[in-house]
Design a protein around this ligand. Sequence first.
Ligand SMILES: *[C@@H]1O[C@H](CO)[C@@H](O)[C@H](O)[C@H]1NC(C)=O
Ligand SMILES: *[C@@H]1O[C@H](CO)[C@@H](O)[C@H](O)[C@H]1NC(C)=O
Ligand SMILES: *[C@@H]1O[C@H](CO)[C@@H](O)[C@H](O)[C@H]1NC(C)=O
Ligand SMILES: *[C@@H]1O[C@H](CO)[C@@H](O)[C@H](O)[C@H]1NC(C)=O
Ligand SMILES: *[C@@H]1O[C@H](CO)[C@@H](O)[C@H](O)[C@H]1NC(C)=O
Ligand SMILES: *[C@@H]1O[C@H](CO)[C@@H](O)[C@H](O)[C@H]1NC(C)=O
Length: 642
Amino acid sequence: MFFITVLATALLSIAGLVIASPLDTRQTATITPPAQYYLRTKVVNGAHKDTGSNKTNLYVYSYHTGAGLGDAALSSNSSRAWIGYLNGTQQLMTYAGNKVGPWPLSVFDVPYQEWNQVTISVASTPDYNPGFFFNSSGLQYNGSTGGWLACDWWHGVPQLFQVNGYLNNGFGLLKYNAKDRIAFRVEIIKLFVEDDIFLSIFCLLQVFAQRHWTRPSDDLMLRALQTKAHLSSARTTGINITNFAIRQTRAKSSKMDSSLHPLTGLYKPNNLKALYYGPNVVKDHLLSALPTETSKAFIITGSSLATKTPLIKTIEELLTSKHHAGTFSNIKQHAPVAQLDEATEIVKKDDTIDTIISVGGGSPIDSAKAITYRVNEAAGKWLLHITIPTTLSAAECTAGAGFTQSDGVKTGIAHPNVYPQYIFYDPKFGAYTPPHLFLSTGFRALDHAVEAQYHPTTTWIPCRLVALNAISELFKLLPKYKANPKDEDTITGLFLAAYATLAYFGLNVKGGLGLSHQLGYALGSPYGIPHGITSCLTLGHVAKLKARQSSDNAENVAAILPYIGGKRSGDDVADADAVGDKILGLVEELGLKTTLTEKGVGKDQLDVICARATGGLTPQKENSQQEEETLKAVRGLVEKLW
Ligand SMILES: *[C@@H]1O[C@H](CO)[C@@H](O)[C@H](O)[C@H]1NC(C)=O
Ligand SMILES: *[C@@H]1O[C@H](CO)[C@@H](O)[C@H](O)[C@H]1NC(C)=O
Ligand SMILES: *[C@@H]1O[C@H](CO)[C@@H](O)[C@H](O)[C@H]1NC(C)=O
Ligand SMILES: *[C@@H]1O[C@H](CO)[C@@H](O)[C@H](O)[C@H]1NC(C)=O
Ligand SMILES: *[C@@H]1O[C@H](CO)[C@@H](O)[C@H](O)[C@H]1NC(C)=O
Ligand SMILES: *[C@@H]1O[C@H](CO)[C@@H](O)[C@H](O)[C@H]1NC(C)=O
């Protein structure tokens, strides 16, 4: 219905005003568009080879990317189309029945960048980004002489971009003549400007698809990802862009929200084949976990385990030269990338290796996952991952691995096949861990279990209910461990509790945990603070903050109280505060209380920490009201940590 109305308006108004554009130096005539219209793409160069999706006849809509955020995306489904109209030189977008919009189509001009992100964000202020007009080639943006670009990108749907004008106007570093410009853009499918008759009910976004479409270089795609997906270069280095795109699509299709009312969710078990626990399980059962009679295993561990304990020697002797291919014992805290590269090279060179054994805390375990992943990329084979954890970080419970870039920020990989298939919780190994480290990683485990309670995709059973009991175990066993760090049953009990905090997230839970983990990443590797300690700093405060964000969160945090010896009062926020206080109390009881001042972090880092923890929100930026509130709450929390 709406389309027909617009058609009538459009035909009338096309015959309307034709004036000289004040914006265009080349004197093209502008056209007054219909009062309302849909923006539809047109491939102007006819038949073309395109290894991506067809870019003809797609409609512009806002693809939701987060609270108040949306990217301009393209769909062949006309019911998805957003309605456009021009207000002055601003391109506004809305939809039928919209009571709060419209919102601007915004081009994020970045000098020296080849193409720009285009957004339709509820968070944008209405007066943002003027400079749009129509001529007979369709919608134009003054900042561009390069035109529009349609490209399959990280959302798994075609997205709209804008080719930066600096290439054309000579004020940038690069000066291409017309021919070179075309050559320069051979890699990209784009919306292109060309003479055409402006006659349809739709305002055109002319798409020029190259005759021979070739995939942009990984380097170009990575740079674009950094600027357009709001990812810092640190978070994209090391990412294989091909796999990344595939992963984004898959993650979307397998993710499902869970809820208590109605009771719904999805649990996808991970690839664990066996979990052994108790004294001497390594000695008694490690060899039986090797896949074949002739298997060769490579050991990944940290230097203090290798040099200050007899443990690695024990394993090497157990494997004998028949099964032991080598040991890499140079993995440091937060797994720096240079060491990963070194270890990966060694494993790649020896094609008899079919197994990787990680021994230690989160860093060796994550490193083994990252090496497994990289070896598969290079050699097309998956190593069997066996792990012998010596801390309570529970890194053995996920299929993802964080590691640290040279600039100190963490990045990561994820794949179901990097998940350790055999876990050995042996207190003979745990007994060598310095008690202070063992205790603080216990808080990391507690952090997992608490944040599981308000994570949007964790299941009620097994994940959350098991995690609630794990919280109870941790509160009971951590003080017991502090009193006697040599008691084997306590050590084994804590290993199992740590396992229970994270193991039942399942493979479908993607992305980060909650705010306490986000803050942990923001504080951990950049300032050299171990993750157990970051959890000691943040978790109690985050529990209280979360409870103030929604009544669901309050209920979920309050539900922890009976598991840690408290009684429900009927007031969820008050109960959540009691949970937060009990966590902070346990930190103090175990002698782990600290501050950012003690850790040598300057107060000038406040904004940086908040921006990292919130995914880029800063006080200087225009934020939506909801984002403003998040930022304010997080700042309030972080300020307390000094
Ligand atoms: C429409 O405007 C663009 C951008 O200024 C220009 O490149 C193009 O040639 C114009 N089209 C016509 C038919 O004038
Ligand atoms: C793309 O889709 C249009 C119809 O929307 C069709 O006419 C055209 O042939 C398709 N192009 C290619 C390259 O498949
Ligand atoms: C088109 O989009 C509408 C609204 O989002 C949706 O209900 C419908 O299923 C879609 N149709 C197709 C064929 O995908
Ligand atoms: C058009 O822009 C003016 C000035 O920025 C603004 O006051 C007005 O509300 C806008 N109209 C619509 C319909 O968005
Ligand atoms: C585009 O137009 C707007 C509004 O007239 C102006 O502020 C802006 O500087 C222009 N940008 C370029 C690159 O010409
Ligand atoms: C990235 O992954 C793809 C597909 O798995 C593979 O073909 C390609 O060689 C990898 N690229 C790099 C640079 O490792």
